[in-house]
Design a protein around this ligand. Structure first.
Ligand code: PMV
Length: 313
């Protein structure tokens, strides 16, 4: 019986979170931590050999119903920590979409997988941008909302009144340390907090514009493989995000502790807890200093492949 194997990477946001909600650019980089799964036909829906009610897993249910809704047995093994802002749920949706499409003989075109996985995430969360799912499908790096050469444009995704242009960017192999604070804050209220601040305040709206500008400069730094400039822009971005009110004492503590051993550091994702990221060539020292400040560090590499699919009969 045919068994399909698929894997997809996690991601982090290097520049542009929150501002991306208002149409500004953002950059997400895929990391060398992947979600692996396999699917094969079975008499019941099973996850890791346990019979499950597919309705209790909205991602799987959405993707199954978009394919054939016939039961499958799924084996999952993820190396992406959950609940830490690293796109673990998006990587699950991407890998499952690719595997189910392969099982049903459908197109494995990256843009089709990106759209299906985004819809599955949207169905699950009721909100969100296609940043995580697109980064996981394409790997390497993706930028949202940038003017780019046609050759670099990957796909456009629209949902309700929103439309996102997703472009590819070349990403050198770099080392980052992710620092998880140990607490997770829901994205929705943080996005709402920034929206309220920005709506009533010209200063906050200028900060959002400045984050957009920094992100465009970051694209240039990435292209030039200029880690010094990129790190400096990350640290600036962290300060701007702090002014917008989405950093916390824990995040600031981990950023400040890491700076002497790094090119730059910032919170990543929605903030309010979650994770921060450090660009460094001294990952061991950064990990040590983070641990001594209460963080949970792990080293990640960029410049990795996106979704991969294979099958055995
Ligand atoms: O929840 P995360 O870590 O994937 O990041 C959310 C990023 C925001 O810009 C704050 C929201 C969004 O949907 O883009």
């Amino acid at each position: 019986m045919t068994e399909i194997f698929a894997s997809a990477p996690g991601k982090f946001v290097i520049l542009g979170e929150h501002a991306v909600v208002y149409g500004k650019p953002a950059i997400a980089l895929a990391i060398n931590r992947r979600f692996h799964l396999s699917v094969k036909r079975d008499d019941d829906f099973k996850i890791n050999n346990e019979i499950v009610d597919i309705r209790s897993s909205p991602h799987l249910r959405y993707i199954s119903s978009n394919n054939d809704m016939l039961p499958v047995s799924v084996h999952m093994d993820s190396k992406i920590p959950t609940g830490s802002g690293l796109g673990s749920s998006a990587a699950l949706s991407v890998a499952f979409s690719a595997a189910m499409r392969a099982l049903n003989g459908k197109s494995l075109d990256e843009s089709e997988i990106a759209k299906e996985a985004f819809e599955a995430e949207y169905f699950t969360q009721g909100r969100g941008s296609p940043m995580d799912t697109s980064a996981s499908v394409h790997g390497h790096g993706i930028a949202l909302n940038v003017q780019n050469d046609a050759a670099d444009t990957l796909w456009n995704i629209t949902k309700n009144e929103h439309s996102w242009d997703v472009s590819r960017i070349d990403v050198p192999a770099m080392t980052f340390v992710i620092g998880y604070t140990g607490t997770r804050a829901a994205t929705g209220p943080l996005v709402e907090k920034v929206r309220k601040y920005k709506d009533g305040n010209r200063f906050a709206s200028d900060i959002v514009d400045e984050i957009g500008q920094i992100t465009l400069e970051g694209m240039e730094a990435l292209k030039a493989n200029d880690v010094v400039r990129l790190g400096d822009l990350m640290t600036k971005d962290h300060k701007l995000l702090s002014i917008l009110g989405v950093s916390t004492n824990e995040l600031n503590k981990l950023v400040n502790a890491s700076l002497p051993y790094s090119y730059g550091a910032k919170l990543t994702g929605s903030g309010g807890g979650g994770s921060m990221v450090v660009l460094t060539d001294r990952p061991e020292q950064v990990c040590e200093v983070m641990r001594s400040h209460g963080g949970f560090p792990f080293v990640v590499k960029t410049g990795v492949e996106g979704v991969k699919v294979s099958s055995i009969n």
